[in-house]
Design a protein around this ligand. Structure first.
Ligand SMILES: [Zn+2]
Length: 212
């Protein structure tokens, strides 16, 4: 009986692993809405959502898990992409020098400054919510400053602070931030090649492209 009870509980509450079927695709109205402010302090429910989102990113970056669950590799996931119209996202990526890990669970972000200087990913951007192949690049600011709650996913506590980001992590942040405004990268594809210089990755790009 006890085992049965545990089994039921596990299925009701424990099995919250996100897979691609939870990630809504371009055309879904939630992706086009402006997301709502998240109540602070975080509710247990929203904290768990964030944990699930970060777990999805980590699983998608793990070859074994990605293959087992058929996950497209991702470095960022915003709540609207799992059909929750809330201002929060997770990202996990190394910078372009493959040195510093930028892993953040972000709530109620506000980008307060965008540098005039622009950059872009030479191969264009990708998105877990956009299935079709796209060509063309997206111009992003080289540097940004943002205010947000940065959440410790273990404790659920967070601090509201200013963060400066540049280069590749800055691009990822701007891509995820756009999701909270109902904007997809495909809206911003440049018709002409700009004069800005692309992100230079220190190591040659490996295997499959990552999605933001
Ligand atoms: Zn995206």
């Amino acid at each position: 009986m006890l085992y049965f009870f545990i089994f039921i509980c596990y299925n009701l509450f424990g099995d919250s692993m996100l897979t691609m079927k939870d990630v809504i695709q371009d055309g879904h109205p939630t992706l086009r809405k402006r997301a709502k402010e998240v109540k602070w302090p975080l509710s247990e429910k929203n904290l768990n959502k964030l944990r699930d989102m970060m777990a999805f990113i980590e699983n998608s970056q793990n070859d074994e898990m990605a293959e087992k669950y058929n996950l497209r590799p991702g470095v960022g996931l915003a709540a609207p992409q799992i059909n929750k119209s809330l201002k929060m996202f997770c990202m996990k990526t190394l910078d372009e020098d493959f040195e510093i890990m930028h892993q953040y669970a972000v709530v109620n972000p506000k980008i307060i400054s965008f540098s005039e200087a622009k950059t872009y990913l030479p191969g264009g951007e990708g998105c877990l919510s956009v299935d079709e192949e796209t060509t063309g690049i997206v111009l992003r600011s080289k540097k940004i400053r943002a205010n947000a709650y940065f959440v410790d996913l273990e404790t659920g506590k967070g601090v509201y602070k200013e963060m400066k980001l540049s280069g590749y992590p800055g691009i990822v942040f701007q891509h995820e931030y756009d999701h909270l405004l109902g904007i997809l990268f495909i809206d911003k594809i440049e018709p002409n090649m700009p004069k800005a210089s692309p992100i230079q990755f220190k190591l040659p790009e490996t295997k499959e492209e990552e999605n933001l």
